[in-house]
Design a binder for this molecule. Structure first.
Ligand SMILES: O=C(O)CCC(=O)C(=O)O
Ligand SMILES: [Fe+2]
Length: 425
């Protein structure tokens, strides 16, 4: 019986839902961990999403004109804003800091240009490099080129491992520490074999398949460890600056000073008092999501410095971000992340907290990222001046996409992986 209150899309999703759950054993959901249950809930296209228990920190003034809204009081938060910056912590997850709308519309546009045009190209690695010989000036430039050059598949190198192709696979790895870093560095890190089925493809076909681009130290997906033997590409000063600004804007004693959770003890040298001056991002990833994509629960534990802030910048369509505890058995907090929001995960508890992105919300691109001139905020630096009339292809890409710039500090400041007498982080 068709339900007139549902849209055509929702009716289709309901049909798919009933078909896929028809043979599911009764009470299977009782066996899911609380994190898995939350992932399932937010990922499901049916029933229609209920965001009433999702923390939404967007203020009325910047209320988005899309239909997705959570609630500012869905989760207990603590406001530690300064006169310049809105800053919120979530006391149930010590070390989690959210800076809603930290980036101006101009800065968001600048980061999109940086991610697609300047960064997703050699010498930085992308998920597509395993399978295709991408042009040296990058996929984005090829996409804009009127000649639409075909991109050839990569022939397999002789020592490649037959690892399945696809997006990020999540495997268990050993947490990196100052004592095991040389052992981890010595692990063999063979290249992944290209897919044998790839055929020449146009940039327009490959662009929606761009899933990540590496920042800084190279990451080896097969072992989920950094490959220090490949050296490091310098982190772009624009990215460093945004991350440092975010870290320096927070009074970290307000984050950690009042913390009572047992497992956030063990600060050792209280390094957090200096983060404003010492934060030195040296690795990371740009995640490119299409609205159908998700990122499963995981912990980023390959960094030797397991306490310094991981800075995570959201641009484009909004997403539901889940962050829980040290196991999947802790129920996660759901947070609606809008374009321009910055999340920081800092300290021993939060840096080891499971987190993931079960849903990108369709049709949630803010007005300032749609085609047309960027609304000005009256406070523009020279390097943010709008590049004339170049926005249309970026807007077209973003219609179904979200970009996340995820930056970390692998080594504590002053740590040299080749020396033995390093201080610890
Ligand atoms: O997309 C996000 O918001 C989170 C990405 C993330 O957790 C990661 O890259 O490790
Ligand atoms: Fe992560």
């Amino acid at each position: 019986m068709p339900d007139a209150s549902l849209s055509k899309e929702e009716r289709k999703a309901r049909k798919r839902h009933f078909k896929s759950t028809k043979n599911r054993p009764a009470h299977i959901d009782d066996t899911w961990s609380p994190f898995r249950a939350a992932e399932k809930k937010y990922k499901a296209r049916y029933p229609p999403l209920d965001l009433s228990d999702v923390l939404d920190l967007s203020s009325d003034a910047e209320a988005h004109d899309y239909t997705w809204h959570g609630r500012p009081d869905a989760v207990h938060v603590h406001d530690i804003s300064t006169t310049d910056t809105r800053i919120v912590t979530v006391p149930s997850i010590p070390g989690l800091v959210v800076l809603p709308s930290f980036l101006s519309p101009q800065k968001q546009r600048a980061l999109v240009r940086w991610a697609l045009r300047d960064h997703a190209r050699p010498p930085n690695e992308t998920n597509l490099d395993t399978h295709y010989v991408l042009p040296s000036d990058g996929l984005w430039t090829a996409h804009l080129s009127p000649s639409h050059p075909l991109i050839d598949p990569r022939p397999p190198p002789p020592d490649a491992e037959p690892t399945p192709a696809g997006p990020r696979t999540l495997i268990a790895n050993t947490p990196a520490t100052v004592t095991n870093v040389s052992e981890i560095a010595a692990l063999p890190k063979p290249p992944t074999a290209p897919a044998t089925t790839a055929s020449p493809a146009s940039p327009d076909v490959l662009l929606p398949r761009l899933r990540w681009a590496n920042i800084g130290w190279f990451y080896h997906w097969g072992t989920k460890q950094y490959d220090f033997t490949r050296g490091k590409v310098a982190v772009d000063p624009r990215i460093k600056q945004v991350c440092r600004q975010a870290v320096a804007s927070v009074d970290w004693s307000a984050v950690f000073g009042a913390s009572t959770m047992e497992n956030d003890k063990g600060w050792g040298d209280d390094d957090w008092r200096q983060w404003g001056d010492t934060y030195e991002p040296d690795a990371g990833i740009v995640n490119f999501y299409q609205t159908k994509d998700t990122l499963m629960a995981h912990v980023d534990r390959s960094e030797v410095c397991a306490t310094s802030p991981l800075v995570s910048i959201s641009i484009g369509n909004a997403a539901i971000f889940l962050i829980g505890g040290q196991t999947r058995d802790e129920p996660p907090v759901p947070i609606l992340l809008h374009s321009g929001d910055v999340v920081m995960m800092a300290g021993p508890y939060c840096r080891r907290a499971y987190h993931g992105v079960p849903r990108i919300l369709a049709n949630s691109l803010p007005r300032h990222l749609v085609d047309g001139p960027c609304p000005q905020d009256g406070n523009i630096d020279d390097d943010e001046v709008e590049e004339e009339n170049d926005w249309a292809p970026y807007a077209a890409y973003l219609r179904n996409a979200r970009i996340n710039v995820n930056v970390r500090q692998v080594f504590p400041r002053g740590f040299d992986p080749s020396k033995e007498d390093n201080h610890t982080c």
